[in-house]
Design a protein around this ligand. Structure first.
Ligand SMILES: Cc1cc2nc3c(=O)[nH]c(=O)nc-3n(C[C@H](O)[C@H](O)[C@H](O)COP(=O)(O)OP(=O)(O)OC[C@H]3O[C@@H](n4cnc5c(N)ncnc54)[C@H](O)[C@@H]3O)c2cc1C
Length: 454
C-alpha cells in the first residue's frame, strides 16, 4: 500500500474489545493510529445486548476523547474505504473465536492481503485463547477439571500494559443516541474497574458461600463488561491474584474459557447438540407446547423461582446463575423442549448474551453438552427456592403479586389459600414431569458424571 510518507499508520479495528487496554489497542499503539468500530448489519439491533453494546461503544468513544470513528455497514466495504481514506498500513484486531467472527476475519484478512495491508491478531478476549490447550493425546478437552488444570498452568499473572495513543484522526461526534434502556448498568472501562474493585472489597472473600444465593448480592456482575471487552480478564486476574480466596472465582472465569474452547473446536455446537448421542432424542414438537413455552418466557409457569428468574430476565436483562440453571432445566427437562428455543430467548434478552457461554450452559443443563449435568439431575424448582432463597427475598422482588405470601406458601402457592387469583397454577406437575424425563434420558445419556457442582 502506498502511504505517501512511508510512515506506518495503524488501525485498531474495535470489535468485542471496548477498552483502551485491549490487546489490539496495545499492539496498534506502537505507531500513529486510528480506531474504527463498524456496526455490522449481521447483528440484530433489537436485542438488549445490542443496546448494551452501543452504550459501551459510546463509553469508549468518550474514553478516547472522540478518537473512535463509528460507521455502519458491511465490514469489508467500510474497512476498504477507511484504509484508503487514511492510508492505513496495518490493521490490528483482538482475535475472535465465534463461528461468525472467525469466518469474517478470514475474509477480511484475504481482502487486506491483496491490498498489501497487514492484518494482525493480538491476544483474545480470554486469558488463554481458545484452541491453545490440548490433552496429552493432542485432542480438545471435553472435561472441565483437566482443562482447568492445564489452563491454570498457562496463566500469565503480569499486569496488562496501558498504552498511550498518538492519533492520525480528528475527534468525531458520536453518530447515535445513547440507548435509554433504564436497566443497563453504567458502561465503560472506568465503571467496570469500579465494579471489580467493589467486588474485590466486599464480595471476593465470601464468593464461594454466596455465589449460589440469588437473594444476596453475592456475585461480581462483571459478565456484561467481559462480554463487550470493557474489561479484559487479564485485568481481573491481576487484581484478584494477591487474595488467597480468589480461586473459586477464578474457576468460574475458567468455565467461560472452557465453553469458548469447546465452541472453537466445534463451531456447529452453537446450534446443535454437542453430543451426537442426542440426535434422535424425542424432544417435544414445539408447536404442540406453544402455550407452555409462552408461559415460560413470560414467567407464568406457576413455579415461583422459575417465574422470578424469567421476569428478572425481562425487566433487567440479566438473571442469577443459579436461577438460569433452574429455569433452563424446567424448559428442557420438565417441558421436554429443545434447548435451542430457550437459548434463543436468552440471547434476545441477556445483556451478557454470549454464544459460547449461553449455548454450552444450555447444553450443560440439557445433558447434551461436554461434561454436562448427569441425565438424572433434574432441578426441582421448589427445592431450589427453599435452599437458595430461603426467606423468599428474590422471589418477592420479581413477583410482586406473591410478595405478601408467608413461607412456606411462597414456595408452593398452589397449596395455599392465599394464592392471588392472578398468579397461575403450575402448568405441569414437576414430580410427574421428572418421572417421565428420567427414562427418556437414561437411553440417550452422554455422560453420567460432571465436574460442576449442581
Ligand atoms: C442457561 C444458562 C445460560 C447462560 N448464558 C450466559 C451468557 O449468555 N453469557 C454469560 O456470560 N454467561 C452465561 N451463563 C453463565 C452465568 O450464568 C453468568 O456468567 C453469570 O450469571 C454472570 O454473573 P456474574 O458476572 O455475577 O458471575 P460471577 O459468579 O461473578 O462469575 C464471574 C464470571 O465468571 C464467568 N462465569 C461464571 N459462571 C459461568 C458459567 N456457568 N459459564 C460461563 N462463564 C461463567 C462469567 O464471565 C462471570 O462474569 C449462563 C448460564 C446458564 C445456566
Amino acid at each position: 500500500m502506498e502511504t505517501g510518507s512511508g510512515e506506518a499508520k495503524h488501525l485498531w479495528w474495535v470489535r468485542r474489545d471496548l477498552s483502551g487496554t485491549s490487546p489490539a489497542a496495545c499492539a496498534a499503539a506502537g505507531s500513529r493510529m486510528a480506531a474504527l468500530l463498524v456496526l455490522d448489519p449481521a447483528f440484530s439491533t433489537t436485542t438488549a445486548r445490542h443496546a448494551w453494546y452501543l452504550s459501551s461503544a459510546a463509553a469508549l468513544h468518550h474514553e478516547l476523547q472522540g478518537h473512535l470513528d463509528i460507521r455502519s455497514g458491511m465490514p469489508e466495504e467500510i474497512l476498504s474505504a477507511y484504509i484508503h481514506e487514511h492510508s492505513i498500513t496495518d490493521v490490528y484486531v483482538t482475535g475472535e473465536f465465534t463461528p461468525y467472527g472467525t469466518s469474517r476475519d478470514a475474509r477480511i484478512e484475504k481482502l487486506l492481503t491483496v491490498k498489501g495491508v497487514g492484518f494482525h491478531r493480538s491476544g483474545s478476549p480470554y486469558l488463554v485463547p481458545p484452541g491453545t490447550l490440548l490433552t496429552r493425546e493432542g485432542h480438545p478437552f471435553s472435561r472441565f477439571t483437566p482443562f482447568f488444570q492445564a489452563w491454570l498452568s498457562r496463566l500469565q499473572r503480569d499486569a496488562p500494559s496501558i498504552p498511550s495513543f498518538s492519533w492520525i484522526t480528528e475527534p468525531s461526534a458520536l453518530p447515535f443516541d445513547i440507548p435509554s434502556l433504564p436497566y443497563l448498568p453504567e458502561a465503560g472501562h472506568t465503571a467496570a474497574v469500579q465494579r471489580l474493585n467493589d467486588f474485590i472489597e466486599n464480595g471476593l472473600a465470601p464468593y464461594d458461600e454466596a455465589r449460589d444465593r440469588p437473594d444476596l448480592d453475592g456475585t461480581s456482575r462483571l459478565s456484561p463488561y467481559l462480554k463487550v471487552g470493557s474489561l479484559h480478564p487479564q485485568e481481573i486476574l491481576t487484581a484478584i491474584s494477591r487474595y488467597p480466596s480468589h480461586v473459586p472465582f477464578l474457576r468460574q472465569l475458567a468455565w467461560r474459557e472452557f465453553f469458548a474452547d469447546l465452541l472453537h473446536h466445534d463451531p456447529e455446537s452453537a446450534s446443535r447438540d454437542w453430543s451426537p448421542a442426542f440426535s434422535a432424542f424425542p424432544w417435544a414438537d414445539p408447536e404442540t407446547c406453544e402455550t407452555e413455552i409462552a408461559a415460560w418466557k413470560e414467567g407464568r409457569t406457576g413455579y415461583p423461582l422459575v417465574d422470578a428468574g424469567m421476569r428478572e430476565l425481562l425487566t433487567t436483562g440479566t438473571m442469577h446463575n443459579r436461577v438460569r440453571m433452574a429455569a433452563a432445566s424446567f424448559l428442557v427437562k420438565d417441558l421436554n423442549v429443545h434447548w435451542t428455543i430457550g437459548a434463543r430467548h436468552f440471547m434476545d434478552h441477556l445483556i451478557d448474551g454470549d454464544v459460547a457461554s449461553n449455548t454450552h450452559n444450555w447444553q450443560w443443563v440439557a445433558g447434551t453438552g461436554a461434561d454436562a449435568a448427569p441425565y438424572f439431575r433434574i432441578f426441582n424448582p421448589t427445592r431450589q427456592a427453599e435452599r437458595f432463597d430461603p426467606e423468599g427475598t428474590y422471589i418477592r422482588r420479581f413477583l410482586p403479586e406473591l410478595s405478601s405470601l408467608p413461607i412456606p406458601d411462597l414456595f408452593t402457592p398452589w397449596n395455599s389459600v392465599l394464592r392471588p387469583r392472578d398468579y397461575p397454577l403450575p402448568i405441569i406437575d414437576h414430580d410427574e414431569a421428572q418421572r417421565a424425563a428420567k427414562p427418556r434420558y437414561s437411553t440417550f445419556r452422554s455422560s453420567s458424571r460432571t465436574d460442576r457442582d449442581s
